[in-house]
Design a binder for this molecule. Structure first.
Ligand code: HEM
Length: 406
């Protein structure tokens, strides 16, 4: 037995000398990676996002084995997956609900960053990579939703691709290029399938850079102050154990929905095959786009609406320069904290507006919400950076626990 073990050890060392995978993992996710000792549960959502990314790729590859990207066959091929393919229903529901859960996790991950100022120096590039991932996720999910070729797939694709026609001069040419013809049709479905398969792997690449950029400064923490080496603990076993616990809780919620309410977040109209001759009375995108859809429709001019919608995401790239307050964590910025919660409530309100018809009260509220969204970034954050007096910061991560009175 002992010779057997030493042989295994020798083989491992032989391999490590040639390709040090073990030591690489130990430095990036293991006992050689120090993390601040005060991270709370909001820090679980990065690893959960990673878990969802992998889940989406695995379930997606199995779906692709049985899916047919053709306008006459796509809808039926999905029904066949649901009824005839072994465990096809489970794989499909894990994938379709997985998209929603991936967005829930990533939204919490983003708002955690907004609250604790994780976008501030020296983590700007890490933040940028996050925004790039978010944009890629939006594009991937949009194209994925078209694939079952139901009514919402078809009409959602028609409405959203048409937005590009608002670009002066080249707009129509761009739309024709996206469609591969003069309407949403078979070439559109084909290119969306190809890109929907490709983009998740591009996301994997950007996530790699995201985590690389995280490892240079290391994690921020709820106090937002720099952690001294004495205030750090090894990622393995401490945060690995905490992440696994969080994953267990998350899986209970995820699978409760997959098994008992798999269509809760979907639109029943997507169980009707796409019909270019029948426009649904109310075209609604998936819930995770709703705030942006509300911004788009809040502005009467099509081009300005499109600019505002894309601008509302692109503005995140310059956030580190809009909020220049030297204190990171909202825990020490009482005024910023109030506006953070107002911003979150405003986002939820915009989401509600996005699901309503663009008229009456929802339209008025989406106009107020759109104004507030940009006002928060362009006026409030720069102003607060300048005038807000923060609460005194603790001298170290241990101080508030060991001697809170000081
Ligand atoms: C596929 C999607 C994503 C994955 C897999 C991912 C993964 C991770 C992981 C594993 C961490 C370290 C653990 C943690 O701090 O929670 C992290 C940190 C971070 N991520 Fe992401 N992320 C994703 C999307 C995003 C997005 C969309 C943003 C922002 C727009 C973002 C911004 C950040 C920031 C600022 C940190 C540092 C947090 C801190 O140290 O306080 N991430 N990410």
């Amino acid at each position: 037995m002992s010779t057997e073990k030493s042989r295994l050890m020798k083989a491992w060392e032989w391999h490590e000398q040639r390709l040090p995978i073990g030591s690489f993992l130990d430095h990036s996710l293991g006992s050689k990676y120090p993390a601040p000792k005060n991270l709370n549960y909001w820090w679980n959502f990065g690893s959960l996002a990673l878990f969802m990314l992998v889940t989406m790729i695995i379930t997606g590859v199995f779906l692709a084995m049985n899916y047919t990207a053709h306008v006459t066959l796509a809808f039926n091929s999905v029904e066949r997956i649901m009824r005839d393919v072994n465990n096809g229903w489970l794989i499909r529901y894990m994938h379709s609900n997985g998209a929603s859960f991936f967005f829930i996790v990533v939204y919490i991950h983003i708002f955690r960053g907004l609250y604790y100022g994780s976008y501030k120096p020296p983590r700007e590039v890490l933040w940028w990579m996050g925004v790039v991932i978010y944009l890629l996720m939006m594009a991937t999910a949009f194209m994925g939703y078209v694939l079952p070729w139901g009514q919402m797939s078809f009409w959602g694709a028609t409405v959203i691709t048409n937005l590009f026609s608002a670009i002066p001069g080249v707009g129509d040419a761009i739309v024709t290029l996206l469609w591969g013809g003069f309407s949403v049709d078979n070439p559109t479905l084909n290119r969306f399938f190809a890109l929907h398969y490709l983009l998740p792997f591009v996301i994997v690449g950007v996530v790699f850079i995201h985590i690389w950029a995280l490892h240079v400064p290391g994690s921020n923490n709820p106090l937002g102050i720099d952690a001294a080496p004495a205030d750090k603990i090894p990622f393995f076993p401490y945060y690995v154990a905490k992440d696994v616990f969080g994953l267990g809780v998350f899986l209970m919620v995820y699978f409760a929905v997959v098994f008992w309410a798999p269509n809760m977040m979907g639109d029943p109209l997507n169980y009707v095959p796409a019909n270019p001759m029948v426009t649904p009375p109310h075209i609604v995108p998936e819930w995770y786009y709703l705030p942006f859809y509300a911004i788009l429709r809040a502005i009467p001019d099509k081009l300005l609406g499109v600019v505002a919608m894309f601008g509302s995401i692109l503005i995140l790239f310059v956030l580190p320069w809009l909020d220049r307050h030297p204190v990171r964590s909202a825990s020490f910025r009482p005024i910023f904290r109030i506006f953070f919660w107002i911003f979150l409530a405003n986002g939820l309100m915009l989401g509600w507006c996005g699901a309503q018809l663009a008229e009456g009260l929802p339209l008025i509220l989406s106009r107020i919400g759109t104004f507030w969204y940009f006002f928060h970034f362009i006026v409030l954050l720069p102003l607060l950076s300048w005038i807000e007096t923060p609460k005194p910061l603790p001298a170290s991560i241990s101080q508030p626990v060991l001697s809170p009175a000081e």
